[in-house]
Write a protein that binds this ligand. Structure first.
Ligand SMILES: [Zn+2]
Ligand SMILES: [Zn+2]
Length: 178
C-alpha cells in the first residue's frame, strides 16, 4: 500500500459532510485518481471546488484532504499530479472561512489545514528547491508564504530559488506579509 492510500484509509469519509451536500465518500475516490502514479493510466484531474473548498469557505473534509495531499507529495507521483496536488493544498491553506456546520462545532478549518502544512514544512521547502514539476516550485513557495513562521528563512529561499520562481514570488507580490 502506498503512503497516500494508507492516509486515505485512515479517515472516515462517509461520516463527513461534503460541500456538495452528499457524504464525503466520493472525495476518497477523487483523491486516489488525482494521486495515481499512472502505472496503467495517467492520473486524471478532479476539481474539488464546491466539495472541499470555495472562494469563501472550506468544508468539513478539508483537513483530511490536506493530510492526504501531504502524504501524496511525500510519495512518488507524476509531475502533472504534483502540480494539481500543490494547487489543491494552496486552496486549503488560503481558505477564508469555515462552513457553518463545522463552525458550530467550534472548528476553524483554515487553521487546522495550516497547522497540518506547518508539520510538513520541509516537504514544501524541498518542492521549491527541487523545481521538479511545472508550476510546483511557485505553488510550494506561495504555500510557504502562508505557513512558514520563519520569515528570514523564507527570504533566503526566495533569493536562492530566484532563477526558477515566477516573478510574483521573486518580487514578493504574492506574499501578503512581504
Ligand atoms: Zn462532494
Ligand atoms: Zn507567486
Amino acid at each position: 500500500m502506498r503512503p497516500v492510500e494508507t492516509e486515505i484509509a485512515r479517515h472516515d469519509w462517509k461520516s463527513m459532510l461534503c460541500g456538495c451536500g452528499d457524504s464525503a465518500e466520493h472525495i476518497a475516490r477523487d483523491l486516489l485518481r488525482l494521486a495515481d502514479r499512472g502505472s496503467r493510466q495517467e492520473p486524471s484531474h478532479v476539481s474539488l471546488e464546491g466539495h472541499v473548498w470555495s472562494p469563501v469557505v472550506l468544508w468539513e473534509p478539508a483537513p483530511a484532504v490536506t493530510s492526504v495531499v501531504l502524504a501524496a507529495l511525500a510519495d512518488d507521483v507524476a509531475p502533472t499530479a504534483r502540480g494539481w496536488l500543490l494547487d489543491l493544498l494552496q486552496c486549503m491553506v488560503t481558505g477564508e472561512g469555515t462552513d457553518s456546520e463545522s463552525a458550530r462545532r467550534g472548528l476553524d478549518l483554515p487553521e487546522l489545514c495550516k497547522d497540518l502544512a506547518v508539520q510538513s514544512l520541509w516537504l514544501l521547502h524541498k518542492e521549491v528547491m527541487s523545481n521538479r514539476a511545472p508550476g510546483a516550485a511557485g505553488a510550494a513557495f506561495e504555500i510557504l508564504t502562508v505557513v512558514e513562521p520563519d520569515r528570514a528563512r523564507l527570504r533566503r529561499v526566495r533569493k536562492i530559488a530566484a532563477d526558477w520562481l515566477p516573478v510574483c514570488c521573486r518580487t514578493g507580490l504574492c506574499d501578503d506579509d512581504a
